[in-house]
Design a protein around this ligand. Structure first.
Ligand SMILES: *[C@@H]1O[C@H](CO)[C@@H](O)[C@H](O)[C@H]1NC(C)=O
Ligand SMILES: *[C@@H]1O[C@H](CO)[C@@H](O)[C@H](O)[C@H]1NC(C)=O
Ligand SMILES: *[C@@H]1O[C@H](CO)[C@@H](O)[C@H](O)[C@H]1NC(C)=O
Ligand SMILES: *[C@@H]1O[C@H](CO)[C@@H](O)[C@H](O)[C@H]1NC(C)=O
Length: 501
């Protein structure tokens, strides 16, 4: 909100300064001249035509043309109130990097989030033609073949020269005819899933008339050292505002030629951004997910920011157990459709009677821990995953993590979401989470054992305005605690309500 306010102030200031310039910078003689020309024009039009509907507008137009030759900035003229309409999905053009070899399989990830009915714009860019034709009725973006890049030098021994082709997707998408009313270009891979409503929420924080390069880093500290801590990782997706894409398009081919030794497409992009002098604006809801194994720890303790993207879905295990990767993601799309703003947002509360800690990742999973764990511990992702070098090394990450359990008694009981629905009478979502039955180590603590629990039910109102407020975790309350199940309410924290026992 801070940004929006600042931007709108700037716009107001801009408009003021231009109108001042019009007043002070106009010699009186000029004004007389315009009036004279207009008056003459008016008289002639009136005389020549008996009908007069166009007379005044023509005069206005003349005035407009005249002033545009003066020192008024063009953007102000074309778009007098750029913040008047909020950014919507139709203002975003997606550029998806794909390859013919993996298209058959990867298109299923795109189908999950692409929605033809929502007027989405975008192109899938392939290296070679594919046999299976994408029909118009299919829920996929149109497919195009990237331009030839064989004349560009590529000198990285580890990488692949397709990096050049992929880097140029922004420019190639911008050059497509009929891409109208675009404010943002958003890049992603064929194995990236976007939560598009949240993407729109994030982009709305920024003025698309300015230069913006928005994305996120790798989870891997070493990747960030090898590549850059100032680079948007391509698989997690990143956004480039229209004017910046325009500026990039003018120089990108020359720029790419200057960096034949770089590895990928996203470091080439960052090299050009550095030449343009535009830094990365970090939005940590874009997820590159340079990890192996199970994303559970990361998804169960998401930062307090909207979930924008998920990547490397072929590399990690399915996010729900015992189903395929695509089926698992399809399940996540159900809560997304009902309350995208709240998707996988964490809340932490306690079953005080039984002495348990409850962590809700709405629409995804619940964890019940024996004993009281502080929020500062539970909001830290547990290391259910391996690093990008397939090791369980906690120094490898660019953020804090915690072991799955310090004490065997504290190994969490996990419940995965099975279904979600909206009760339109009460305007509440009801999501159900079933126990993930895995062996638990023996525990000698003399306290009620959560191992009898089968199910957790969570009530939550949809909250589309969640991110219009300053970031804050929702509060949860255990409203029913039975032998076999818990009922939890999640919502905006009440006055003075905090996560304490
Ligand atoms: C306005 O647009 C014209 C032509 O498109 C361009 O030559 C000129 O530099 C622009 N002026 C500003 C202030 O952007
Ligand atoms: C996994 O899925 C199969 C078939 O859908 C089912 O028979 C089996 O019980 C499931 N296993 C678990 C642990 O849920
Ligand atoms: C919605 O909630 C009301 C009030 O609790 C209840 O009477 C009704 O059966 C619920 N509807 C559905 C579809 O669950
Ligand atoms: C339900 O709640 C949401 C969020 O507060 C609100 O936007 C929506 O209009 C409500 N719908 C109904 C039917 O009350």
């Amino acid at each position: 909100m801070k940004l929006v306010q600042k931007d709108s102030k700037e716009i107001i200031w801009d408009q003021m300064s231009t109108s001042n310039r019009v007043k002070t910078g106009f010699p009186k003689l000029m004004l007389y001249l315009i009036s004279f020309v207009c008056a003459t024009y008016l008289i002639y039009t009136l005389k020549l035509l008996n009908t007069t509907p166009n007379a005044t507008t023509s005069c206005d137009q003349q005035d407009f043309i005249f002033t545009s030759h003066n020192s008024l900035p063009n953007t102000t003229l074309q778009n007098p109130s750029p913040k008047s309409e909020k950014t919507q999905l139709k203002h975003i053009a997606f550029g998806i990097a794909a390859s013919a070899k993996l298209w058959e399989k990867r298109q299923n990830y795109i189908r999950l989030w692409w929605n033809k009915e929502k007027q989405m714009k975008g192109i899938v860019w392939l290296d070679n033609p594919v046999k299976t034709h994408v029909s118009d009725s299919d829920n996929l973006p149109p497919v195009k073949i990237s331009g030839d890049t064989s004349h560009f030098a590529y000198k990285n021994k580890q990488g692949h020269r397709s990096a050049i082709r992929i880097s140029r997707i922004v420019s190639e998408t911008l050059r497509i005819e009929g891409m109208e009313d675009v404010r943002w270009f958003v890049m992603g891979d064929d194995d990236t899933v976007f939560v598009t409503d949240n993407l729109v929420r994030v982009l709305n924080k920024y003025d698309h008339n300015q230069y913006w390069y928005i994305g996120s880093l790798s989870e891997s500290h070493l990747q960030n050292i090898y590549f850059s801590y100032g680079m948007a990782y391509g698989g997690g997706g990143f956004a480039i505002s229209y004017p910046l894409a325009k500026a990039l398009e003018k120089m990108q081919d020359r720029c790419i030629q200057r960096y034949p030794g770089l590895y990928g497409s996203d470091d080439r992009m960052q090299a050009c951004m550095a030449e343009l002098g535009v830094p990365l604006t970090k939005e940590v809801g874009f997820h590159q997910y340079d990890v192996y194994g199970n994303l559970f720890g990361l998804l169960a303790a998401h930062p307090v920011t909207p979930l924008v993207s998920l990547h490397h879905l072929d590399v990690v295990e399915p996010i729900f157990p015992n189903v395929t990767r695509v089926e698992a993601l399809k399940r996540l799309m159900q809560p997304m459709k009902i309350d995208s703003a709240g998707l996988i947002q964490q809340s932490i509360c306690y079953d005080t009677l039984k002495g348990w800690t409850v962590s809700v990742s709405w629409g995804f999973a619940i964890q019940v821990f024996r004993g009281i764990l502080s929020p500062r511990e539970v909001e830290m992702p547990s290391r259910t995953f391996l690093n990008w070098y397939r090791r369980a090394d906690y120094t490898a990450y660019a953020f804090n993590t915690r072991p799955v359990a310090r004490n065997p008694c504290q190994k969490p009981f996990v419940f995965y979401m099975t279904k979600v629905r909206l009760n339109s009478t009460t305007n509440q979502t009801i999501s159900e989470y079933a126990r993930h039955r895995v062996p638990h180590p023996a525990c000698k603590w003399k306290m009620i054992d959560p191992s009898n629990l089968d199910k957790v039910v969570v009530y939550k109102r949809p909250d589309p305005q969640l991110w219009d407020r300053s970031p804050r975790r929702n509060c949860c309350r255990v409203i029913e605690s039975k032998r076999k199940g818990l009922v939890v309410d999640v919502g905006v924290c009440g006055d003075g309500e905090i996560s304490e026992v």
